[in-house]
Design a protein around this ligand. Structure first.
Ligand code: MYR
Length: 279
């Protein structure tokens, strides 16, 4: 059985790696006024962070059902099945769009997979799926492996200004709790597919230390982990953090990734995070 792997743009897998692993990408878009840009195609992270200096943060949209149908029909010519891995269904309708399109397309079995997260953590699922697919594994076996990964995956992030997430309706918490958090730097994470505050922490430094301590605790078992540092225009800080963490945690393999246009439209500039999963 030939299985294709699709993920959406919010996995932020660099194009060379996508091409090498034959991962197909369907883009989400950002909308500035009357202009729509498909991220990772028409608009990349660097350009986006320049644009928002004058235009402010845009709105975002998921791929249309028609775009999914076109992609799946194209894949049906060469593949028997497709695993379509998407950002959490609790923050976007993209995963549901893949399911709807899958029901409309003949000649290929569509397995939509809800990553229940986003960014490069979602990317790690897609990379693993693509490696298994190219080794000839079928969709059920691949999905079982992704479910296994989900058990050890954790990610925490913080933003400079919580009001963007609140305005976009992507912060799931009582208004009173959010109100009390607007002045501090809460750590955020995903629980049951939605973003909720994890802990109130007053400074960035303390928040970063708290996340690093949690990784250190998990990695202290000696098990090998992959970890991703996420940053929204904080490359230097991310590089310093990576060096510091690498020196302490030899069994953890680090990568630096980024919050691209769609995700940064909800987080604002300056967001930072760390995620990890057992290898
Ligand atoms: C859409 O318009 O469908 C896209 C909505 C995207 C919402 C993004 C909310 C922030 C996600 C943060 C992910 C951090 C992962 C470590």
């Amino acid at each position: 059985m030939k299985t294709a792997v699709v993920t959406d743009s919010t996995a932020y897998i660099p194009k060379e790696l996508r091409d090498k692993l034959k991962i197909h990408m369907i883009p989400l878009s950002v909308i500035f006024g009357n202009e729509t840009y498909r991220e990772e195609i028409d608009l990349h992270a660097d350009e986006f962070y320049e644009e928002i200096k004058t235009k402010g943060l845009p709105t975002t949209s998921q791929p249309t059902t028609g775009e999914f149908v076109t992609l799946f029909e194209k894949l049906a010519k060469d593949f028997d099945a497709v695993i379509s891995i998407h950002l959490s269904s609790g923050i976007s309708g993209t995963y549901q769009g893949a399911i709807t399109a899958g029901n409309l397309v003949d000649g290929i079995e569509v397995y939509a997979y809800d990553s229940e997260i986003s960014c490069m953590m979602q990317g790690l699922y897609a990379i693993e799926a693509a490696e298994l697919a190219s080794a000839g594994k079928g969709p059920e076996e691949i999905i079982a492996r992704l479910d296994e990964m989900k058990k050890s995956m954790r990610a925490y992030f913080m933003v400079d200004d919580l009001s963007h997430l609140q305005r976009g309706g992507r912060l799931s918490s009582a208004q009173a709790i959010i109100g009390s958090m607007l002045q501090v730097k809460p750590l955020l994470h995903f629980v049951d597919k939605v973003i909720v505050p994890f802990e109130k922490i007053r400074t960035r430094k303390k928040a970063m230390k708290r996340i690093a301590d949690m990784l250190e605790e998990d990695a202290s078992s000696g098990v090998a982990y992959k970890a991703v540092i996420f940053q929204g225009k904080r490359e230097e800080e991310a590089q310093e953090w990576e060096k510091e963490l690498e020196a302490k945690l030899p069994n953890v393999e680090f990568t630096i990734s980024y919050f691209g246009p769609v995700i940064a439209s909800h987080l604002g500039e300056g967001a930072m995070g760390l995620g990890w999963v057992k290898k």
